[in-house]
Design a protein around this ligand. Structure first.
Ligand code: NAD
Length: 274
């Protein structure tokens, strides 16, 4: 089946599903990315802090698919906020990736205690103008922090990549994104694997004759979210993209909606992370 895409607020098109590579070793990243591209993935989500941009780049170049057809996201780490540091940091990422540009460059965390995310956003706007970052966005930003960027610059982030899974559904932030034309991209979409034996999800999986991972990935797609599940295991990498030939029904969606839990967050709160 055709791969679904999302159109960003700058007119560019992003695959809805991609491969996450957090905690994939640099030496492992090249074969993992090659496996994913062969399985049909056209988006890879990395970050300078993952220390595997080199492997990701080698993996992308090892396939028969031109690198320009694969959507690469990377992220600016917390120690490189400011007006000057982002340009150097992106150059370093591009050097490791072996690419002239990335498709999406994100501010990884707002790190409000550093007090420099608005200045950093202005630097990313300038980087988009150089063409080295085709689209720009953020990750782990709260609604007030997004509002600050928009008020300051008039440039709305294309994407906010946030923790989001059936136990932590982020309804309010999703509504804010929708009102402002920001694409929501779900990180830890499988709850880091902790959701995969959930009884409700297991029942839905049986009903559709799918795995729980496929049900959860389908849930993100049916909500219109970007989704970047991580696996380094070839058969799971293939399993996680074999989701374009079925849909959840309203009853399934309602049951999964009921799994939301205010204490379901797995990662740090963005306001506390520096
Ligand atoms: P995830 O929710 O994607 O879960 C990954 C884990 O689930 C795997 O390690 C594996 O144990 C298990 N798994 C995956 N597919 C499976 C399958 N088919 N069957 C059984 N088990 C399976 O967790 P994640 O890695 O935290 O998140 C995905 C990606 O999101 C990351 O790799 C990274 O790219 C991104 N991310 C971004 C941020 C951020 O701050 N922006 C934070 C965390 C993650």
């Amino acid at each position: 089946a055709e791969q679904p895409t999302l159109t960003l607020n700058d007119g560019r098109v992003m695959p809805q599903l991609g491969l996450g590579v957090w905690q994939t070793m640099d030496s492992q990243a090249a074969p993992v990315v090659a496996t994913a591209v062969e399985a049909g993935y056209r988006l890879v989500d990395t970050a300078s802090i993952y220390r595997n941009e080199g492997g990701v780049g080698r993996g992308v170049r090892s396939t028969g698919i031109p690198a320009s057809r694969i959507f690469i996201t990377t992220k600016l780490w917390n120690d490189s906020h400011g007006s000057e540091a982002p340009a150097l940091s992106l150059d370093h990422s591009l050097g490791r990736l072996g690419l002239p540009a990335v498709d999406l460059y994100l501010i990884h965390w707002p790190t409000p205690a550093r007090g420099r995310y608005a200045e950093t956003w202005r630097a990313l706007i300038a980087l988009r103008e150089t063409g080295k970052a085709r689209s720009i966005g953020v990750s782990n930003f709260t609604a007030p922090q997004l509002a600050r960027l928009i008020d300051d610059t008039g440039v709305v982030p294309a994407v906010n990549q946030i923790e989001l899974h059936p136990r932590f559904q982020q309804r309010e932030l999703r509504a804010f994104h929708e009102a402002h034309g920001i694409i929501t991209q779900s990180w830890s979409p499988l709850g880091q694997g902790t959701l995969l034996d959930h009884p409700v999800l297991t029942e839905i999986a049986r009903k559709h004759d799918r795995t729980v991972a496929q049900i959860v990935i389908r849930w993100h797609l049916d909500l219109g979210l970007g989704v970047i599940p991580k696996s380094a295991t070839p058969h799971r990498i293939r399993e996680n993209i074999a989701v374009f030939d079925f849909r959840l029904d309203e009853a399934d969606m309602a049951r999964i909606a009921g799994l939301d839990d205010p204490r379901g967050r797995l990662g740090p709160h963005p306001d506390d992370f520096n």
